[in-house]
Each structure stands twice: as structure tokens, then as C-alpha cells.
Design a protein around this ligand. Structure first.
Ligand code: ATP
Ligand code: FE
Length: 329
């Protein structure tokens, strides 16, 4: 089974080829145009996808050593995401599936983030819990099988990635600030400044209070103080975001009795979170799983592995499949 998978939900154009469940290529073109605006501009993202998609797909096929005519199916990200961006990937995938007369597979982007944990070994056993933390979502997902998963907790306001990016913005760091906070935090003291942990019932999250607390804290400081203490401030912010996330995972593990715990999504690239998950795993007796770095942030490899499971299950969509900006799975 040879599948070409396309990811175009936000500002990165990705293509990957998976052969019999092994990802052989995973290529991505990042869009630089958004940096000057401090965030993704949807209309510019769609245009950049149009420019990038043909070369990105060509490179993915070449790297994998797979010819178009050998493909068994074409997969694409159907939802959620920016509608203009999703339309470019879905139209391209449909055209290619039609021209080659092969089936089409629609993939849910958040389900794919979770299944990024199945690209390499070791893989979690079912059932397992996945903390999916990305730019638009923060979820605890209970996974019963590759295609059977449900959200048992999620954020009521900002996503964890937004908490990182908005904190960075308040600190005057460029977009996207998450990786920069990670970098500064490496040399900082995580317990120097105390930011509050919200009291949200159940397995849900909230990050808007933290953002406000950081804003008020910074407004009281001298600009020079902020610059001088950037590592300690970043480490303290990161420490709080991580504890908010992992305290809910502890609760979910207790309530469900599940001992296999994975993380996924762009924020799972955070070195502090990766390290903390491993430490919590030791302490609570979990087996922990983290995708390889390139499979944490948006990529087509995760779309490809999800498409592989869908192919095996005979789960295809027609040429009339429409992408949607929001969708549950
Ligand atoms: P979604 O998957 O919810 O649709 P998205 O696809 O835009 O959102 P991802 O690409 O999965 O999001 O993740 C991007 C987010 O990850 C950004 O908010 C970015 O700041 C954050 N991020 C990436 N690397 C790090 C890091 N090392 N530390 C903290 N945050 C990070
Ligand atoms: Fe994503």
C-alpha cells in the first residue's frame, strides 16, 4: 500500500509518502510571509500553498522513490484548519486522485497529531491517553484504537500554544514565540516568579487567566528588568504552562486507570514538556511516548500514518468531500 498524504491546514505545506505503514518521506515548506505580521494571514497562506504544493509533492515522491502511477490512494487534511488553506490541499488531492483513478482519504488533523505517535517504535498500547497540545487545541484524548478516540478534556479558552505565543508577544519576542520561550527557559530559574494555576473542574483547561497574570506582572516591571531577567521569566511561564497541562494528565490517568501516556502537537516539541513528561512517567509509573521532533509540529507524515489506518479500514471519501474549518472526530 503506497499513499501520498498532503497537509495544508495552516501555514505549512507538507507532503509525505507512506509505504506499508512506513513513512518514507516527509517534506515541508514553511511560509515566511507571515513573520512581518506577527501571525498567520489566512489569504496569504492559501496563496503560498498554491505556490508550494506542486514542488513539495514532487520532492516527497522523489525522496520516497515512488512514482505517481504506483500510488494506492491520496490523502489530505479535511479539517480543522483555515478554510482557504484546506481548500488548496483538498482540491489538489482530489484532482490527483481523479487523474490516477485511485481512492481519496480525508484526514482529521487532530486525530493525525495523536497518531504521530505511531510513526516510529515504540508505539503506545491501547487504550492510551494523549495530551494534544498545539497552536489551536489543547485536549486530553482517550484512544481505544487507531481510529476510535474521544476528547475527555479540553481548553475552555486559549490553547497551550497560544499561551506560549501570547506570553512571548507580551514579552516583546517575535512570532511564533513558543520556541523562543523554550530557548530562554533552558538557562532560567523556573521557580523564581510564581504565576497562578487556574482552578478548573474536571479535565478541562484554561489559559486566559495566566496570560492576564503575566501581562499585569510585566506592566509592573521596568523594561530593563524584563530584558535582564528574560531566562527566569520564560522558565517561570513555561513551568506553569507545563504544570497546568500535566496535573490534568495525572487526573485523567487516575480516573481512567490508563498507564500509557503520549503527547502530540506543536507544543510537544517543547523541551521542558518533553522532560517533564518523562519525569512524571517515572514518578507515576506511566509508559510515556513522544513523537520525533519533526512529527510534533504540523507535518504530512502524521496525515500519512492516519491515512494508512483508514485505508486498511476501507474508510474513503468521494470527490464531493468538503473541507471544514471546524469538526469533531
Ligand atoms: P492545530 O494543530 O491546533 O490546528 P497548529 O497546527 O497551528 O494548530 P502546531 O503546528 O501543531 O499548531 O503547533 C504550533 C504551536 O506550537 C505554536 O503555538 C508554537 O508556538 C508551538 N510550539 C512549537 N515549538 C514549541 C516549543 N519548542 N515550545 C513551545 N511551544 C512550541
Ligand atoms: Fe497542527
Amino acid at each position: 500500500v503506497k499513499i501520498l498524504a498532503i497537509e495544508s491546514s495552516c501555514d505549512d505545506t507538507g507532503a509525505a509518502v507512506i509505504v506499508d505503514g512506513k513513512v518514507l518521506s516527509n517534506h515541508i515548506a514553511n511560509q515566511k510571509v507571515h513573520e512581518q505580521y506577527g501571525g498567520v494571514v489566512p489569504e496569504l497562506a492559501s496563496r503560498a500553498h498554491q505556490e508550494n504544493i506542486v514542488p513539495v509533492v514532487d520532492i516527497a515522491l522523489q525522496t520516497a522513490g515512488v512514482k505517481r502511477e504506483e500510488l494506492s490512494a491520496i490523502a489530505f487534511t479535511q479539517s480543522p484548519g483555515l478554510i482557504g488553506s484546506l481548500l488548496v490541499g483538498s482540491c489538489f488531492a482530489k484532482s490527483m486522485a481523479m487523474a490516477l483513478d485511485i481512492p481519496l482519504i480525508g484526514v482529521h488533523h487532530m486525530q493525525a497529531h495523536v497518531l504521530a505517535n505511531f510513526i516510529d517504535d515504540p508505539k503506545p498500547d491501547f487504550p492510551f491517553l494523549c495530551l494534544t497540545v498545539s497552536g489551536g487545541h489543547t485536549q486530553i484524548v482517550l484512544c481505544e484504537s487507531p481510529l476510535k478516540m474521544r476528547v475527555i478534556g479540553e481548553t475552555l479558552d486559549d490553547a497551550a500554544g497560544e499561551a506560549f505565543d501570547k506570553s512571548a508577544k507580551i514579552l516583546g519576542l517575535p512570532y511564533p514565540g513558543g520556541p523562543l520561550i523554550d530557548k530562554y527557559a533552558k538557562t532560567g530559574n523556573p521557580t523564581r516568579f510564581k504565576f497562578p494555576e487556574p482552578k478548573i473542574p474536571g479535565l478541562n483547561f484554561s489559559f486566559s487567566g495566566l496570560k492576564t497574570a503575566i501581562l499585569y506582572f510585566l506592566q509592573q516591571q521596568d523594561p530593563a528588568f524584563i530584558v535582564e531577567n528574560m531566562p527566569d521569566i520564560c522558565a517561570s511561564i513555561q513551568h506553569r504552562i507545563i504544570s497546568i497541562l500535566l496535573n490534568k494528565v495525572i487526573k485523567a490517568a487516575e480516573e481512567t486507570g490508563i498507564r500509557d501516556v503520549a503527547i502530540a502537537g506543536g507544543v510537544s516539541a517543547n523541551s521542558g514538556l518533553r522532560q517533564a513528561l518523562a519525569e512524571y512517567g517515572e514518578r507515576y509509573g506511566w509508559r510515556t511516548f513522544i513523537p520525533k521532533f519533526e512529527y510534533c509540529t504540523d507535518n504530512a507524515g502524521m496525515i500519512a500514518i492516519t491515512a494508512y489506518y483508514k485505508y486498511l479500514a476501507g474508510d474513503f471519501v468521494g470527490l464531493d468531500a468538503v473541507p471544514t474549518a471546524r469538526a469533531a472526530f
